[in-house]
Each structure stands twice: as C-alpha cells, then as structure tokens.
Design a protein around this ligand. Structure first.
Ligand code: SF4
Ligand code: SF4
Length: 230
C-alpha cells in the first residue's frame, strides 16, 4: 500500500476518528509572531510554559528530528467521552501501530515523542488549519466545516514523505485574521455571549476566561452558528 493521505485517512476513520488531514512540516512563522505578541501582553495568564521551548513549539522539526509531515486527526465531543485526552491518545497509538504495520517502523521517530494531544510544545490548532481541517474562529477555536468547534485534535508526526495532499491556498493560512474567515465575517455572537469579555478585540484573554480557570464554560461554542447547523 502506498503512503498517501487517503490511505492514512481510511485507517484513521477505522480507528474511530471523525476527520483526518496532513501538512508538511515547516516553522509556523505567523503563529510564532502572534504567540510572542500575545505572551508579551500577558494574555496567557499563568500558562508560563507558553514562554518556554518556543523554538520547538513553532517548528516540529526541532521537536522531532527528521519530522516531515504532521498528520492531524479530529474526534468530535460526541464520540470522545469525558476523558478525551486518554481516548484521543489511545486512538492515536492504535493508528500509529496500524501505520507501522502497513508502511514500516521507520515512518515515525523511534527515539522521540511523536504523538501529541494537548501535550508538549505543539501548536495544535494551527496544525489543524495547516492540515485543511478548518479555520480559527473569533472564539479562537478551530472550526471544522461540518463538525464546528466541538472537536478534539490529536497529531502524529511522520518522519517520511507523504503524497496525495492538496496544497492550501496561501490566503487560507492567514488564520489569525479571524474576521476574514468564512462564517465569522458578520458575526459577533461569541464575543457578545462571553460573560467576562475574554474575547474582546477578537483576541483570547486567558486571564479573563472562565474555561481556563474553572473548565465550566462553553458559551462561546454553544452560541456559535457553526455548531448549530442542523
Ligand atoms: S469559554 Fe466562556 S469565558 Fe472563555 S472565552 Fe468562551 S465564553 Fe468567554
Ligand atoms: S459565533 Fe460567530 S464569530 Fe464566533 S466563532 Fe462562531 S461564527 Fe465566528
């Protein structure tokens, strides 16, 4: 079997993921600039780790030697259960063993961590966009075209080449300009629904976000029309 995105996606869906995409490894320059400015403004609150390991966070090739492609999988909230970290990670490990079985052990790093789910210095949402799985809305969530923002991402970094991946139009990469994104243009619902003003100016202020402090707020997702299409 040839190592193509279509073949990887087929295995990912068999494992139970709802969507899969891939993107070539590169340094995420635009994100690096955005994150550096965001952290400099202190909007990251107590997430001190965001000011560490920045080089690795912005470039997976520095995190996983030999990294060539990032495979991104999405699991909907509906299918993830309460302990989504464990569920997504376990599914990624199952997918990895299926990939090794089909394409050989050398496709992933043998000595470095190469599976991520809300862990390690890794810009998950940015890689979701890079992999063609959606855009970042004004609520600062990834918004998938059909599943909306109620999805958990997980990634596998491959140390080999991959074919069959359509190149993203360059304007699609401009994902920090949230007002330009399809669906968000004339909408302010998430900003208006946020009880603390944490999304003022279309920038997420972690110090004001209830979800960041207590984990009990989904207002900016519940109100979003992209999550209420049916
Ligand atoms: S999770 Fe709640 S507090 Fe945080 S940005 Fe969304 S609506 Fe605002
Ligand atoms: S509520 Fe509106 S502005 Fe906010 S993310 Fe959803 S579509 Fe975009």
């Amino acid at each position: 079997m040839k190592l193509t995105l279509a073949n990887i996606s087929k295995l990912a869906l068999e494992v139970g993921f709802d969507a899969c995409g891939a993107a070539p490894v590169r340094r995420l320059d635009q994100d690096a600039q955005y994150m550096d400015e965001w952290v400099a403004l202190g909007l990251h609150g107590n997430m001190e780790y965001l000011s560490r390991n920045c080089d690795k966070r912005y470039d997976p090739a520095l995190l996983v030697p030999g990294a060539q492609w990032v495979v991104v999988c999405l699991l909907s909230y509906e299918h993830s259960g309460r302990d989504y970290h464990r569920r997504v990670k376990s599914m990624l490990y199952t997918l990895e063993s299926k990939l090794r079985e089909a394409f050989g052990d050398d496709i992933v790093s043998q000595t470095h961590q190469h599976i991520f789910c809300d862990s390690a210095p890794f810009l998950e949402r940015a890689w979701c966009v890079e992999a063609g799985l959606g855009f970042i809305g004004k609520n600062r969530q990834l918004i998938h075209p059909t599943m909306g923002s109620m999805v958990h991402p997980g990634e596998i970094v491959l140390n080999c080449s991959l074919t069959g991946v359509a190149e993203l139009p360059s304007e699609t990469r401009n994902y920090h300009q949230t007002g330009l994104r399809q669906g968000c243009e004339n909408c302010q619902l998430c900003i208006e629904a946020c009880p603390t003003g944490a999304l003022r100016n279309e920038v997420w202020d972690a110090t004001q976000c209830i979800a960041y402090t207590t984990h009990h707020c989904l207002q900016c997702q519940i109100i979003c029309p992209m999550n209420n299409k049916t």
